[in-house]
Design a protein around this ligand. Structure first.
Ligand code: TXA
Ligand code: MG
Length: 336
């Protein structure tokens, strides 16, 4: 299959809609990361997504909607808390898990009776959802196990020959995938941290949002998990990444003694006598979120072996950064 890459224009957006209506898959920018989008209501269309990504069959897809009518088509029950979160954070980087309707086939939800639903804010994906009139399944547009892509060229590199079209909407503003919260049980549970924080949701809901196991610690083998994404190995670069929780002087000594590669904050690259890749400002978790996945891919491009990553703040958006970095490091953290 030939893979084309176009800027979003009236023509290319129409092509994208036609491909999707015919059961195909298109890579489209969102405000978080690029996604691979297909008709969420058609089993074969979603099967094409799993094939393009080499994705494990047991990992459900998020369904993207453009309005509240679509929400009613895909969600069986819409609890009051869902309305509150949607009003506060949609369109935007929040996925809400609810009980699904019959419209969503088992392939899309990986056999679960729930579905993750998100109304994205990026104008290109919103336009395509509303023009097709279809809820669209959309995982991140990387090959399974690789960092999520935040620019079109990276999508192209992962997906060439696997999908017909990539729409190039430039770099993603947020850079990490949406926050995933479940409202399908008795209490709200955070399955994946993102740009919308636990504290922001608690402010809106006036109740506690529980942190799921697996966000900041490794699940043990065979442990029961409500969100399959928590157990899959993710974001792994080929490099051997270890997170270092230490004062700068100790960090510097470690990377330099071992002549390792530094995955460091922008402010420190000049102070280190080893090769380094930067991942945002030490003072700004959002800038780290924007940079992290690209930085992980750069480590592979420069052929990094052992990589020592500076420990990010775990507050607010920092929790999303730490969660992704932990997976890239296979949960290895050293405290000095
Ligand atoms: O920002 C995003 O969410 C991007 C863009 C493209 O919208 N999409 C994305 O999808 O990150 P994906 O498939 O790469 O990650 C979806 C995560 C997985 O960890 C999956 O296990 C979890 O959400 N998930 C989806 N539906 C679920 C459900 N019904 N129950 C539990 N977890 C679910
Ligand atoms: Mg993904």
């Amino acid at each position: 299959m030939d893979t084309q890459i176009f800027k979003p224009t009236q023509d290319s957006i129409k092509s994208a809609c036609d491909i999707i209506k015919n059961g195909g898959v298109v890579a489209i920018p969102t405000e978080t990361v690029y996604g691979l989008f297909a008709d969420a209501t058609k089993s074969e269309a979603c099967a094409n997504i799993f094939t393009a990504k080499d994705r494990p069959q047991d990992n459900p897809l998020i369904v993207h909607i453009s309005d509240y009518d679509m929400l009613k088509r895909v969600a069986l029950e819409i609890p009051e808390d869902a309305i509150k979160l949607a009003e506060a954070f949609w369109p935007g980087p929040l996925t809400i898990i609810l009980k699904k309707t019959e419209l969503i086939p088992d392939t899309t939800s990986a056999g679960l009776d729930t579905v993750g639903i998100r109304m994205p804010s990026h104008p290109v994906v919103l336009e395509i959802i509303s023009k097709t009139g279809l809820p669209l399944a959309g995982p991140s547009a990387n090959r399974s196990g690789r960092p999520s892509p935040t620019d079109a060229q990276t999508v192209y590199n992962d997906m060439t020959g696997r999908i017909p079209l990539v729409l190039d909407g430039g770099d993603c503003n947020i850079g990490v995938e949406s926050t995933v919260v479940s409202l399908a049980g008795d209490q709200p549970v955070l399955f994946r941290p993102g740009y919308i924080t636990k504290a922001q949701m608690e402010d809106v809901l006036h109740k506690e949002v529980i942190l799921s196991k697996g966000i900041t610690e490794e699940l043990s083998q065979g442990e029961k998990v409500l969100s399959p994404g928590l157990k899959h190995k993710h974001y792994a670069p080929k490099a051997d990444v270890i997170i270092v929780n230490a004062e700068f002087d100790k960090y510097k000594q470690l990377v330099e003694d071992e002549n390792a590669t530094a995955l460091c904050f922008d402010e420190y690259a000049d102070k280190l006598n080893v090769s380094s890749v930067c991942y945002g400002s030490v003072k700004d978790s959002a800038s780290q979120a924007v940079r992290l996945f690209q930085a992980l891919r750069e480590l592979d491009e420069i052929g990094a072996g052992r990589v020592y990553a500076m420990m990010p703040s775990t507050e607010d958006v920092g929790l999303a950064v730490y969660n992704r970095l932990l997976r890239a490091a296979a949960f290895r953290v050293v405290n000095l």
